[in-house]
Design a binder for this molecule. Structure first.
Ligand SMILES: [Fe+2]
Ligand SMILES: [Fe+2]
Length: 171
């Protein structure tokens, strides 16, 4: 059985993941407004991934017989001063989420909840990838932003990303 305090920490993380999806949905809108359809596609895939993360956490609570409490999702920022500023905000947000996951993992370990800690291993690894992929776009955008041809190529490259949907509820 999961301890009440750890359950609350899981609820908080579910909210963080849903907020991430909401923030990235706002970035999809921003990139569409900037006529950067490829960037919008990349961010749309990111939105789906965040929903997957929330669902994974929810499934774990269900599997453990723990209740799920959903809180209100905060309103995200909806405009940025440049595409680079938006992607940098996404990278910064992923660093924040990594800190949240580290905190949740530490709480699971402290509670002696091995099942939760093992489950959260996936998220620890995933955050390494999340930070790296956002940073990769930041670095490419820094190189491309003042060259229209390079921007066109980068937008096309990012537009090739397809979202990955989970194959099962408890995946
Ligand atoms: Fe996430
Ligand atoms: Fe993420």
């Amino acid at each position: 059985m999961m301890k009440a305090e750890l359950k609350k920490a899981f609820h908080k993380q579910i909210n963080e993941e849903l907020y991430s999806a909401y923030l990235y949905a706002a970035m999809v809108n921003y990139f569409e407004e900037q006529n950067l359809a490829g960037f919008a596609t990349w961010m749309r895939a990111q939105t789906v991934e965040e929903l997957n993360h929330a669902n994974k956490l929810i499934s774990h609570l269900h599997e453990r017989g723990a209740e799920v409490k959903l809180d209100a999702i905060a309103k995200p920022t909806s405009s940025w001063k440049s595409p680079l500023a938006a992607i940098e905000a996404a990278y910064k947000h992923e660093c924040h989420i990594s800190a949240c996951i580290d905190d949740l993992y530490a709480r699971a370990t402290k509670a002696g909840d091995n099942a939760a800690a093992l489950f959260l291993n996936w998220f620890v690894t995933e955050q390494v990838e999340e930070e790296a992929s956002a940073d990769e776009v930041v670095q490419k955008l820094k190189l491309a932003q003042n060259a229209p041809g390079a921007m066109f190529m980068l937008d096309r490259e990012l537009g090739a990303r397809t979202p990955t949907f989970p194959t099962g509820a408890a995946e």
